[in-house]
Design a protein around this ligand. Structure first.
Ligand code: BES
Ligand code: MN
Ligand code: ZN
Length: 494
């Protein structure tokens, strides 16, 4: 799908549909006003008849019968003006563009009056790109039934507003494509996305965007002491990979922000085997990695004035004669020993090495994203990730970014009291707690390995997959976190 910005008039634009948004119970503004006049009161008629009220996400279709060039006007409600926010706009845009796509419409145009806020332009483009996302890579049949919208054109009135709208549209598109990359990766079947293939994808993204990329293979990981990452992978025929992506700004002396992603390309639980239903969707256990890679793609394109590093610990978690056993003791990259009592708590193991490695950058902050615990789904469902960490300021920054992207975060406590349950009889720490507070236990474990810098952990097991009720988030992978990380970077660099 293409996004264009063009000087034009909604009355003469040759597209399949013009999209207009209307507030509930308000006078028509600008675009709708002009369209109403051009259609001899067509929009007013719908409103006066009570057929279209402008309620949030309400849609209505008007056939223009030659009154304007486009044969259709798609109306969408923004709800009451007093309740309006940017997420309401995303939801509305997502709803109408999908409905038009499903009708078979190929081209739409959305008018933007002069002085349109950049957030509105960004949100419109972002919602369009996110809502129209589909994962059809592995279908070979009925592909002609798949409908695609070819282009969304943002119509502006003059040269002066064109460049501003173009800039915002470009940013929105870049960020949404980063999130869609994350979705593609999480949706990808595990035989099509092994750690090796994930690393190749990272290299591809890096060479396209100008990021630096380094990948450690098994021999290098063994040599460098990534023992917990190697340990998780040792039941599998597939080698692990450690992926480093780096954006270096032109200016020297800028802050360093490190993102860390859990990249388990399939989690069977290992010898602590999951049930069939518990395993079914575990191809998406690399959604933290996907968010980091998606965000880094956008960072590589937006080139913020900030040093940004993305680290991905990628492995499979499978049972076999060579698999790690419950009871094994393994030394992490940083030197602490871990007693592994449940091989299904593997995410925290691969992250232990990654968090240890992150210290090399002397980062201002480190944020990790991981589909770490089923317990976070029990606690928060699918509408917010669990946020835990050692730095209130960073949590505040993430909360502010989440407010803007609507990828919500919710803090859980990480008091030292929780460390007690991780004490091991034979090693420095064990990889499971006592069965209470599962999400906090996971974070309390990670905290032992994130000692040298301000750190926040986002447990995205609930938000990365199968979120319902949003017009721009499809079933399956959500791409959660990619936009959030980019927002954090943008807020930091500005
Ligand atoms: N990948 C899972 C967590 C998960 C569960 C992600 C559901 C997405 C949806 C993780 O590796 C895991 O198995 N966690 C265990 C931890 C336990 C053994 C301490 C869990 O949550 O049961
Ligand atoms: Mn697991
Ligand atoms: Zn896992």
């Amino acid at each position: 799908m293409n996004i264009n910005v063009k000087i034009g008039d909604l009355r003469t634009e040759a597209v399949d549909a013009i999209v207009l948004s209307v507030f509930e119970g308000q006078e028509l503004i600008s675009g709708p006003q002009a369209a109403d006049e051009a259609t001899n009161g067509g929009i007013r008629e719908l409103i006066d008849a009570g057929d279209f009220k402008g309620e949030h996400k309400q849609t209505s279709l008007l056939y223009t019968r030659g009154a304007i060039t486009a044969p259709r006007i798609g109306l969408v409600g923004l709800g009451k003006r007093a309740d309006f926010d940017i997420e309401k706009a995303r939801q509305a845009v997502g709803k109408i563009v999908k409905e038009l796509r499903d009708l078979g419409v190929n081209t739409v145009a959305i008018p933007f009056p002069p002085e349109s806020p950049s957030e509105m332009v960004e949100a419109t483009v972002e919602a369009s790109v996110l809502a129209l996302y589909e994962f059809n890579q592995h279908k070979t049949q009925d592909l002609d039934a798949v409908k695609t919208l070819e282009s969304v054109t943002l119509l502006v009135e003059n040269e002066a507003s064109r460049s501003a709208v173009e800039d915002s549209a470009g940013v929105g598109e870049t960020i949404a494509k980063g999130a869609n990359l994350a979705r593609d990766l999480s949706n990808q079947p595990p035989n099509h996305l092994t750690p090796t293939l994930l690393a190749e994808k990272a290299q591809e993204v890096a060479s396209e965007t100008g990021l630096k990329c380094e990948v450690f293979d098994l021999a290098q990981l063994q040599e460098k002491g990534f023992r917990t990452l190697v340990g998780v992978s040792q039941g599998s025929q597939e080698e692990p990979r450690f992926i480093i992506l780096e954006h270096t700004p032109e200016n020297e002396g800028r802050d360093t922000v490190v993102f860390v992603g859990k990249g388990i390309t399939f989690d069977s639980g290992g010898l602590s085997l999951k049930s069939g239903s518990g395993m079914m969707d575990m191809k998406h256990d690399m959604s933290g990695a996907a968010a980091v890679l998606g965000a880094m793609q956008a960072v590589g394109q937006l080139k913020p004035d900030l040093h940004v590093v993305g680290l991905i610990a990628a492995s499979e978690n499978l049972p076999s004669g060579t698999a790690q056993r419950p009871g094994d003791v393994v030394k992490s990259y940083g030197g602490k020993t871990i007693e592994i009592l449940n091989t299904d708590a593997e995410g925290r193991l691969v992250l232990a090495d990654a968090l240890g490695y992150a210290a090399h950058y002397s980062p201002k902050v480190v944020v990790d994203l991981a589909t770490l615990t089923g317990a976070v789904v029990t606690a928060l469902g699918h509408f917010a990730c669990g946020m835990l960490g050692t730095d209130d300021d960073l949590m505040g920054k993430l909360r502010a970014a989440a407010q803007k992207t609507h990828e919500r975060v919710w803090q859980l406590p990480l008091w030292d009291d929780y460390d007690e349950m991780l004490k091991s009889k034979v090693a420095d720490v064990k990889n499971i707690g006592d069965g209470t507070a599962g999400t906090i236990a996971g974070a309390a474990f990670l905290k032992q390995f994130a000692e040298d810098y301000p750190w926040v952990h986002l447990d995205i097991a609930g938000t990365a997959w199968d979120v319902e009720g949003s017009s721009y988030i499809p079933k399956g992978a959500t791409g959660y976190g990619a936009r959030l990380l980019v927002q954090l970077v943008r807020d930091w660099a500005s």
